[in-house]
Write a protein that binds this ligand. Structure first.
Ligand code: DGY
Length: 322
């Protein structure tokens, strides 16, 4: 039987799939990431690894893993993996698309609504015992109806965010590397150049993957183009946004508020500068964090690992392997 290493405790359903296909060892912690040195040691004789976005799989790891044939990443994003190093060694990579689309789109909307209607700021005000009066302009936020919702990135999650706008009577626009006719037919959204989208949108949701092209995509000049009432939401990856520029932009008044699920260096600490601003809603990278979604992600990653180690076709390959 082949041998696999699993880098975090997984639901039993997923472990049963792996156990039926190979022998495995596991870093059996529900929370703490596996120490790098232990990962290197465990991969010495492993044929496959099931890992998470917090595990960096690069040339060093692969050099320690001469037998490795499959990296099954339990995430749709795979910016934690060095694709060139993987390809050079003929190692396959799989991810977990589709199963987390709805949960992530839901969280984008949770952040959008919370930032637009000052939900977190309102709770903090009550907790600080500062609620004194009902007043005409007390805690006023932004309207959704008749506003323009923009999605940057026309993939599965972007489309799901747009579909959810149906009940809000919004105008829908999007930007993507190239226009996507299917998305337009499905959602009624219209394509815009990046600059036009930034100038026109009342709500902007980022769903692009992190790549050399999208790293730092939102910086000072992009924030300066936004409307003063714009609400900006990032459920993709932190490094797509220049956080120092975002801090200055928020202080200068545009965007009007932000909802962030992801950060440049995760986990952030309580002294992160963005947390000092009242118009920042921040959550700890929980886009896909519903029980059913996490079970579906873990079992899909396990099925990919098992398929590779029993010479079956990969279910959701990113890199097919040698
Ligand atoms: C992903 O899947 O890429 C998320 O960021 C983690 O759920």
């Amino acid at each position: 039987m082949k041998k696999a290493f699993i880098t975090r405790r997984l639901p039993d359903e997923a472990l049963a799939i792996v156990a039926a296909a190979c022998n495995y060892e596991i870093w059996d912690s529900a929370e703490e990431p596996v120490p790098r040195a232990l990962l290197l040691e465990k991969l010495r004789d492993a044929d496959g690894v099931l890992c998470l976005i917090s595990d960096r799989v690069d040339a060093e790891v692969l050099d320690h893993a001469p037998r490795l044939r499959i990296v099954a990443n339990m995430a749709v994003g795979y910016d934690n993996i060095d694709l060139a190093a993987l390809r050079a060694r003929g190692v396959a990579l799989t991810n977990t698309p589709d199963v987390l689309t709805d949960a992530t789109a839901d969280l984008a909307w949770a952040l959008l609504l919370a930032a637009a209607r000052r939900v977190v700021e309102g709770q903090k005000l009550i907790e600080a015992d500062s609620w004194r009066y009902w007043a005409p302009l007390f805690m006023v936020g932004q309207d959704l109806q008749r506003a323009t919702l923009a999605v940057v990135g026309a993939g599965r999650i972007g489309a799901a965010v747009l579909r959810r706008a149906q009940g809000f009577n919004m105008r829908l626009i999007y930007h993507n590397r190239r226009p996507n006719a299917e998305l337009e037919a499905q959602t009624g959204a219209s394509y815009r150049t990046f600059a036009a989208l930034l100038q026109e949108a009342d709500f902007i949701v980022v769903t692009v993957p992190l790549s050399a092209e999208t790293r730092g995509m939102f910086g000072a000049s992009e924030f300066a183009l936004m409307k003063p009432n714009a609400v900006f939401v990032n459920v993709a990856r932190g490094p797509i946004v220049d956080e120092a520029a975002l801090y200055e932009a928020l202080k200068a008044g545009r965007p009007w508020a932000v909802g962030l699920d992801v950060f440049a260096n995760e986990p952030i600490r309580a002294d992160h500068p963005l947390l000092t601003l009242p118009n920042v809603v921040a959550v700890p990278h929980i886009g896909s964090a519903t029980l059913n979604t996490r079970i579906a992600m873990a079992t899909l990653a396990a099925r990919n690992l098992a398929a590779a180690l029993t010479d079956q076709p990969l279910i959701t390959p990113v890199v097919p392997g040698a």
